[in-house]
Design a protein around this ligand. Structure first.
Ligand code: GLV
Ligand code: MN
Ligand code: MN
Length: 434
């Protein structure tokens, strides 16, 4: 076949796969997975590598096997469900996401991309499409980073296996090592083939809820994600001196909380000054020592999450943070330090991938009489950010009601979930038939 004929055949297979996606089946599968850790308020609590996460993984392994997939797990616990291609030795087209949640999350963050990946495999089966390349649905370990930091451990270790050794030393709030929790998870799958980290992949597309308000505001069901904004995380520690709250005169105190709050006020002002250039800044986690009502705080720690598409804005913000911390260090009786926890440059997905996503989304939307997809940048980071280091990668978004996520109230209309899975089927099938 000429390359033109291959492209035409791939587009035809993509359309057949898209048309075979089943909305009821997809929604049932989302509900089935949400039962693992499901809460009475509609949310899901299923942090990574907890017993509920392991049960959910088992549920998916069985579902994938029933669809005819082979299953393997790598040394970071990433699960891969593979539908064979006509040429078994070719690297697979990868899709999927994560199934771990925040302490309280919704049914869709991550889980939707995994369940939709399995729906694509079912659709390929039903439509009788034999792809040239294998198709793999991945369940990445610990995307959320809420139990063990940092987030996106599974995908980042897949992209660069040397990262795993450091991750194994990460501890949760009760002191459990990620490495121990991981070993227990691997021991829980004796019937699954174990593989090395980082096998080669042809291309990747991740379907996810937007977790922001842009698509809903534009009244469109599908977003073509052009990239992911850059992010830097810091930990700031301010030390003063703990002392008695009742007896210590105000003028002699070295109150670490007062200094930290003033520093925080300064950082908010720096952030507000570049808000129009897209900076988003969050001081999300605080630790106060000794955290007692009648002791002046001697040490305060807080985290800074700063994000922007424009790297220059982030760099200036970091410089302002470092200057302010240095100023505190020079101040009488205080010490302060800033530690880098995580940094990631802006991710830009390649044009041929975003164009393909646009075709898949446009076809699904047009057939449903819905508005054409729009192009968006992701405010949240995703596993696709790391896979983009390895192969051509893309993402598809569906709307989040009121932009809410990391919350039990997270919701997307079933019809929009269906269109997202249709778009995914198109893109995966076309890539796998090329
Ligand atoms: C991932 O959820 C993030 O913080 O963007
Ligand atoms: Mn997610
Ligand atoms: Mn999340």
């Amino acid at each position: 076949m000429s390359s033109n004929e291959v492209s035409q055949a791939a587009a035809k297979a993509a359309a057949r796969a898209q048309d075979a996606v089943d909305s009821g089946r997809l929604n049932d599968a989302i509900a089935d997975l949400a039962a693992f850790g499901g809460r009475s308020d509609g949310g899901v609590s299923r942090e990574t590598l907890t017993p509920l996460d392991l049960q959910a993984r088992r549920h998916l392994i069985e579902r994938a096997r029933a669809l005819g997939c082979s299953v393997c797990v790598d040394t970071c616990g990433n699960l891969f469900f593979r539908r064979a291609g006509r040429q078994a030795d070719l690297p697979p087209v990868l899709t999927g996401s994560h199934i771990d949640t925040q302490p309280v999350g919704g049914k869709l963050d991550g889980a939707y991309g995994v369940v939709a990946g399995l729906e694509v495999i079912q659709a390929l089966n039903d439509a009788g499409v034999a792809t040239r390349r294998p198709v793999e649905v991945v369940v990445w370990t610990n995307e959320e980073g809420s139990r063990f930091g940092p987030g996106a451990m599974g995908s980042s270790a897949f992209a660069q296996s040397g990262r795993l050794a450091g991750y194994r030393a990460s501890r949760d709030a009760s002191g459990i090592l990620f490495g121990d929790a991981l070993d227990a998870a691997l021991a829980d799958t004796p019937d699954v083939e174990h593989s090395a980290l980082g096998h080669s992949v042809d291309s990747c597309v991740e379907l996810h809820i937007e977790q922001g308000p842009v698509l809903e505001g534009a009244n469109v069901p599908l977003g073509v994600v052009t990239g992911i904004q850059s992010v830097r995380w810091f930990n700031v520690t301010v030390s003063g001196a703990a002392a008695h709250a009742g007896t210590t005169p105000m003028e002699v105190r070295r109150d670490a909380m007062r200094a930290a709050v003033e520093l925080a006020g300064h950082l908010y002002a720096c952030g507000d000054a570049v808000r129009a250039r897209g900076l988003r800044m969050t001081l999300g986690r605080w630790r106060v020592g000794p955290n007692s009502i009648n002791t002046i705080p001697g040490e305060v720690e807080f985290t800074v999450d700063a994000r922007c598409v424009d790297e220059d804005v982030l760099a200036s913000f970091e410089a302002a943070l470092r200057d302010a911390v240095a100023g505190l260090n020079a101040a009488d009786g205080f010490a302060a330090q800033v530690q880098n926890l995580f940094a990631r440059a802006t991710t830009r997905f390649p044009a041929d991938m975003t164009d393909l996503v646009e075709r898949g989304c446009a076809r699904a939307a047009a057939n449903a009489g819905e508005g054409a997809p729009i192009r968006v940048t992701s405010g949240a980071f995703h596993d696709a950010m790391y896979v983009a280091d390895l192969c051509p990668t893309a993402m598809i978004f569906v709307p989040s009601r009121s932009g809410i996520s990391h919350n039990a109230a997270e919701y997307t209309e079933p019809h929009q979930l269906y269109l997202g899975a249709q778009a995914l089927a198109y893109v995966v099938a076309e890539l796998a038939c090329r």
